[in-house]
Design a protein around this ligand. Structure first.
Ligand code: ADP
Length: 255
């Protein structure tokens, strides 16, 4: 809308970004755990102008059956962007991008879930993007980890996720839509704070090795901040459950 790459100033003379942030500054992030009654676990994330819901079902019988693994659970993520989540209506239904994102999030989560505890089962993770403004795979993975913990799925740690990238030759963290569209590179990262493992790493665009290493370091630092907010959301959830009294550990309805 109006702005073109040439007349858009992604970094101003004070080193501020288009929304006023400094390079290492993330957009505001809010996480709420346990927002859906009918899911085994759930989480809602508002991250800048992204709004993402994650729901977890399982461990439960694996369908289709030929995917069953006799030794471990299968973590199956289904990422979907609502048709009303972007400026131009998105064509509903799966596409190459949603398949890709579902796959990388499934793989990231498989690294932290104790899948060996639940042979032959499937742990289904649904990610619904209600409003998109770049960084939805990171918001989705962040929400999914909290939803898995809310479902009581045993994990080594939560995966925290945030992207870094390059705009106007400056390495920055957590790109917004304009930066994603007109910037030079985007590196989404999924990080496991307890072990220091990186379980999701993609890169699109051009970066020197030095810029890549700087961006990766900045994304990891941002992930550590995300991780604190994930834990806070779960603590609030469990404090609320305790306040509800004796019944509420089991809130499944009409299963
Ligand atoms: P991510 O959301 O993880 O950053 P992409 O880099 O593929 O993933 O997408 C960046 C942003 O582009 C999305 O967050 C969304 O705002 C927008 N976008 C993606 N796909 C579409 C689409 N089919 N129609 C309109 N906008 C889209």
């Amino acid at each position: 809308m109006g702005g073109t790459p040439t007349d858009l100033k992604l970094i101003d003379e004070n080193g501020r970004r288009i929304d006023g942030r400094l390079p290492e500054e993330m957009r505001p992030l809010k996480i709420e755990a346990g927002v859906l009654k009918r899911a085994d676990g759930s989480a809602y994330v508002e991250w800048g102008n992204n709004k993402v819901m994650a729901a977890v079902y399982g461990p439960r019988e694996c369908h289709p059956r030929h995917l069953q693994n006799p030794e471990r659970a299968l973590v199956q993520c289904h990422y979907n962007m609502a048709s009303f989540s972007v400026d131009d209506r998105k064509r509903p239904g799966p596409d190459r991008r949603s398949h890709e994102i579902s796959k990388i999030i499934s793989e990231a989560l498989t690294n932290v879930v104790f899948t060996e505890y639940f042979p032959r089962t499937s742990i289904d993770v649904y990610i619904e993007v209600l409003q998109a403004n770049a960084g939805t795979r990171c918001a989705g993975l962040t929400a999914a980890s909290v939803a898995l913990a809310d479902a009581g799925v045993p994990m080594r740690d939560l995966v925290a996720s945030c992207a870094a990238g390059k705009v106007a030759d400056t390495v920055v963290v957590d790109l917004n839509k304009e930066e994603d569209n007109f910037g030079n590179a985007d590196i989404p990262v999924g990080y496991v704070p307890r072990t220091g493992e990186i379980v999701l790493l993609q890169m699109d665009g051009d970066l020197s090795q030095e810029q890549f290493e700087k961006g990766l370091g900045m994304a990891v630092e941002a992930c550590k901040k995300v991780s604190v907010l994930q834990r806070d959301a779960l603590k609030r959830r469990y404090a609320a459950k305790a306040d509800e009294g004796a019944e509420p550990t089991e809130i499944r309805e009409g299963a």
